[in-house]
Design a protein around this ligand. Structure first.
Ligand SMILES: Nc1nc2c(ncn2[C@@H]2O[C@H](COP(=O)(O)OP(=O)(O)OP(=O)(O)O)[C@@H](O)[C@H]2O)c(=O)[nH]1
Ligand SMILES: [Mg+2]
Length: 445
């Protein structure tokens, strides 16, 4: 049989007809009543049209084909009947599995991570986000190139142009005419990965300097599952006008806004990219710069879509990512959002019982936001800072107050004064300085 198309010329699925396939393994973390709901939302976010879906339960993946041989046959028939252009798997497949399935199904096969990367590629706006997505795509794709290219080369009869490895093509669209071309293309990919890492590293450092530069500011980050309402909440709280939409990964870039707390004080509030279960590790790594805000925040507001039947799973997935970023110990306030849309409040009650300090809110209607504000104010008052203070030795009262209100980390004696290196509550420290004008704070404490 002569194959007409090179299935994996491009991984983009925009405007394609998609057949979804989900393999439920014993440890699958999905809602059994509608296991492909999230994949369908992802496919639609990427611009594809879902035409049909197939679910199979297995105890373990088939090594060569991921699903059983009979099932692959069924996928082929279904794809034919529904004129699907692409088959999207809810699982991550090895290059060998992709190749094996593609050979039988004769259509482009895409796995879950590739689909997420495709959405990110289409959504990235800033230079930084584009670099990060390109890196993640190259890293995910590069190890698969050889097999893919020999395969593509074979079915394309060895014809085809040499590689243009850019942000969009990411090598996958390349049909190498031979072994030599494959080697050349792999080298191009390797060089590009190297270059991207350097550029991203520079951005990362700049960002870190920026964040350290505002160490005195209290910062709050919104984190949470994609589509949980983070941006809507940011807009509500800070009167901003950011893009919020009923789609997965509406936000890809961090936005930081000033949020005035109404008592004269203000904090910096950051929006972040949404999380999702099984977020490709490469993506987390390359989005580190974007997530840096969250990593260094004084307080995290973890927004949950309480109207979703998967809310509990989603909270867990977010916690997994937070842990991966090293922020599991950050002070976090859980916000059970979309309370207005909750139809069956059993779920909400379960969540509220499980997370006793969570607040129930509706970002859309503005319910419960006064409590969020209150929490932010209290958290800010409790911010602990380190400082170095110089006090004349004659100021016995100031010295004893420091010892009472602050945690003294070190003392150095100068001619006529003492240097205290302390850790203290920011507000109390400010009050101390107000009471004792002779107390001088040294920069860079
Ligand atoms: N009913 C209801 N809908 C809400 C509420 N908050 C947000 N939404 C809707 O949920 C959808 C997603 O909101 P976003 O604010 O874009 O969510 P996000 O968490 O920023 O999503 P990503 O940026 O894609 O990760 C939008 O259609 C919002 O209008 C709420 O309190 N109630
Ligand atoms: Mg958003």
């Amino acid at each position: 049989m002569v194959v007409q198309r090179t299935q994996r010329e491009t991984l983009s699925v925009a405007r394609e007809r998609a057949l979804l396939v989900g393999v439920l393994l014993p440890d699958s973390n999905v809602d059994m009543s509608n296991p492909l709901a999230e994949l369908a939302a992802l496919a639609e976010s990427a611009g594809a049209e879902v035409v049909s879906s197939i679910v199979q339960k297995r105890l373990a993946p088939h090594p060569g084909l991921f699903v059983g041989t009979g099932k692959v046959q069924e996928i082929a028939e279904r794809a034919e009947a529904f004129e699907a252009d692409v088959v999207i798997f809810d699982n991550d497949l090895s290059p060998r599995q992709i190749r094996g399935i593609e050979e039988i199904v004769q259509r482009k096969i895409i796995d879950r991570s590739e689909l997420i990367l495709d959405i990110f590629a289409g959504r990235a706006r800033t230079h930084e986000a584009k670099l990060q997505v390109e890196l993640a795509q190259l890293q995910y794709t590069a190890p698969r190139l050889r097999g893919m290219w020999t395969h593509l080369e074979r079915i394309a009869g060895g014809a085809g142009a040499a590689g243009d490895v850019g942000a969009k093509a990411v090598g996958v669209g390349t049909r190498g005419p031979g072994e030599r071309q494959i080697e050349i293309d792999r080298r191009i990919v390797k060089d590009r990965i190297h270059q991207l890492k350097i550029e991203i590293d520079q951005i990362d450092r700049r960002k870190l300097r920026e964040i350290q530069g505002r160490r005195d500011e209290f910062t709050i980050s919104l984190v949470g599952y994609t589509n949980s309402g983070k941006t809507t909440l940011l807009n509500r709280l800070a009167g901003a006008d950011q893009f919020a939409r009923d789609m997965l990964f509406a936000t890809l870039d961090t936005k930081t806004t000033r949020w005035r707390l109404g008592d004269g004080s203000s904090v910096l509030l950051s929006d972040t990219v949404g999380f999702i279960r099984d977020l490709p590790h490469r993506l987390i790594a390359s989005f580190r710069a974007t997530l840096e805000e969250a990593i260094h925040a004084d307080l995290l507001l973890h927004v949950v879509d309480a109207a979703s039947p998967f809310a509990l799973h989603q909270v867990e997935s977010v916690n997994v990512v937070l842990k991966e970023l090293g922020c599991q110990e950050r002070p976090t306030l859980l916000l059970l959002n979309k309370a207005d849309a909750v139809t069956d409040d059993t779920n909400l009650r379960i969540l509220a019982r499980r997370f006793t300090s969570a607040l129930t809110i509706s970002a859309a209607r503005g319910d419960g936001l006064e409590q969020v504000l209150e929490h932010a104010r209290n958290a800010m008052k409790g911010k602990v800072v380190e400082a170095t203070l110089r006090i004349p030795s004659t100021e016995g009262r100031a010295i004893s107050e420091i010892e009472r209100y602050a945690h003294v980390l070190g003392r150095t004696y100068e001619d006529a004064s003492v240097l205290f290196h302390v850790r203290a509550n920011q507000t109390q420290l400010a009050q101390l300085k107000g009471r004792h004008p002779a107390m001088q704070e040294l920069a860079g404490g």
